[in-house]
Ligand binder design. Structure first.
Ligand code: HEC
Length: 500
């Protein structure tokens, strides 16, 4: 027996060594092969299908590899890198913020004998990785102790964020904002104060095979179209999976979201979100929450142990969010297919209990629609206790299995960054992560700031370059001095100009 193990170890060691040796001597970079994902059409009434064979693929085939060793700077390597290059980061501790403003850069950690490249924020730095390039890949990092974001995308398209561990890091864990065509997979996130995985104002994204726990919002799909959230293990957050419209953002809709094959378990952590933020309104014990988003399909999830409610559909009222005349507040055309649900609603948050009692409901149901929509459907209504689903019809569709991805077959072109668009792009890509026009988010509403700074864009630039603490009931604003002067002034002018 012992001999057998010894032989096995020898084989593994040598095999592994040989493999590593081959890799490091090899100058070509792996190209992501997603060719197993073949697409087929999923159609049901009111649902648009965008599925097709897919590759979210940066063109890295011709690139150089730049190796960063412990004690060196990742940012220096990014400065040297050309589009198509890979920056390979060896195990070690890196105390920095990495900005990627070039296209087709792969930032790839190397894990050796359990030792990771660690991005360490020391509780001082705001962000670990900010990218605004297109075709950016971020993989294999251990990210911890940042105040703001783990990995944030600012209007970068065709992104892949995978195999990262993001723990005890700030407000948002993985946060692509305003990106089209992306993949977020095999990440582990915990201890995030707002949304651990936060897909904001994006299109065409798959969020798969992640573990997300001990955060306020586990996975949040916000003001985003065509998203698949699947095979994730989402447990011990305040709320598990959320599909949202946040009012007051420039993109006004959230629609065509498939939430399937996830484990949504014991999301009962007391809410520790920043007071006043939208997620601070999520009652602990919420499994899946759909707020105002349309055409959301919930299929084949195991949803259990969420003490307030398993699945809830609602309008803006539940999160006490401000209204937005340009966003339709109802969760239209919900599709609830078969899910495994039990032991939800066993000890509801007082808010949920009060809301149910107000409607004279004393037995806590597994699924609630607080609006009482009449355009939703449920495949097997007899399986669950429900409230507010009286007008749902029985679904015609039984599965979304034929939609394999919402990522796109071809990389999409970069967002246009010409002069006219600059302010808009920076504002939407950066500022809108914390400032909505009318609602309170992490920062104050833009309309309040417009009143403060009326004809004074330079005043805004001065503030955002080195912000000081102004309000007791808000966190500090992180400095935006990594943005060029030109971008800061453009964003400030745009901020003063917008009307909704
Ligand atoms: C990570 C979140 C975040 C991002 C991103 C962000 N802000 Fe802020 N902002 C805040 C917070 C929080 C405050 C309130 C700070 C305080 O009152 O102490 C704030 C306050 C402000 C203020 C008010 C200053 C004052 O005198 O009261 C302005 C102006 C502002 N932000 C502009 C911007 C612009 C422009 C951008 C984009 C380039 C931006 N912010 C990006 C969080 C953010």
């Amino acid at each position: 027996m012992n001999k057998f193990i010894a032989v096995l170890v020898v084989i593994l060691l040598f095999g592994g060594g040989y493999f590593l040796g081959q890799k490091s001597g090899n100058d070509t970079v792996a190209v992501i092969d997603l060719s197993e994902r073949t697409g087929a059409e999923f159609k049901s009434s009111g649902m648009e299908s965008k599925s097709s064979a897919s590759t979210v693929e940066a063109d890295t085939s011709a690139g150089q590899i730049i190796v960063v060793n412990d004690g060196e700077s990742i940012q220096e390597a990014i400065k040297q890198a050309q589009p198509g290059d890979t920056v390979r980061v060896m195990p070690g501790t890196y105390k920095e913020t990495v900005y990627i403003d070039k296209d087709n850069i792969t930032l790839s950690g190397v894990v050796v004998q359990d030792k990771w490249p660690v991005l360490e924020g020391e509780g001082l730095r705001n962000d670990a990785i900010l990218y605004s390039g297109n075709g950016v890949i971020v993989e294999n990092f251990w990210i911890t102790h940042y105040k703001g974001n783990g990995v944030m995308g600012q209007a970068g398209n065709n992104y892949i964020i995978r195999n990262n561990v993001v723990v005890d890091t700030g407000v948002y864990g993985i946060f692509p904002q305003l990106g089209k065509n992306g993949l977020i997979e095999h990440n582990v996130l915990s201890g995030i104060e707002d949304a651990a995985i936060y897909v904001g104002m994006c299109d065409n994204v798959d969020v798969r095979h992640n573990e997300v726990f001990d955060s306020v919002a586990g996975i949040e799909i916000e003001n985003t179209r065509h998203a698949i959230v699947e095979y994730n293990y989402v447990h011990d957050n305040t709320g598990g999976i959320l599909a949202f419209i946040t009012p007051g953002l420039p993109i006004k809709t959230s629609e065509d979201i498939i939430i399937r094959n996830n484990f949504v378990v014991n999301n009962n952590t007391p809410n520790f979100g920043a007071p006043g933020s939208i997620v601070a309104g999520i009652p602990r014990g919420t499994g899946i929450l759909v707020m105002a988003a349309d055409d959301v399909v919930i299929e084949n999830n195991i949803i259990t142990g969420n003490e307030s409610v398993g699945i809830v559909f609602t309008d803006f009222s539940l999160a006490k969010a401000a209204n937005d005349p340009d966003s339709e507040p109802n969760p239209n055309r919900a599709v609830i297919l078969d899910n495994i649900m039990y032991n939800n609603g066993t000890n509801p948050h007082p808010l949920v209990r009060a809301a149910l009692l107000a409607n004279m409901i004393t037995d806590i149901p597994q699924i609630i629609d607080t609006v009482g929509m009449n355009d939703g459907c449920i495949l097997s209504p007899e399986r669950y206790s429900t409230a507010g689903l009286e007008k749902y019809k029985r679904c015609d569709v039984t599965t979304t299995a034929n939609v394999t991805t919402y990522t796109l077959a071809e990389p999409v072109p970069p967002r246009s960054m010409d002069e006219i668009d600059l302010g808009k792009t920076v504002y939407y890509g950066v500022c809108a992560g914390c400032h909505s026009y009318s609602a309170r988010m992490i920062g104050p509403p833009t309309l309040v700031l417009q009143a403060l700074y009326k004809d004074n864009p330079q005043g805004i630039v001065d503030y955002i370059t080195s912000p000081t603490k102004k309000r007791d009931d808000y966190p500090e604003m992180p400095p935006q001095n990594y943005l060029s002067e030109e971008k800061r002034i453009a964003a400030a002018e745009f901020m003063l100009k917008i009307k909704k």
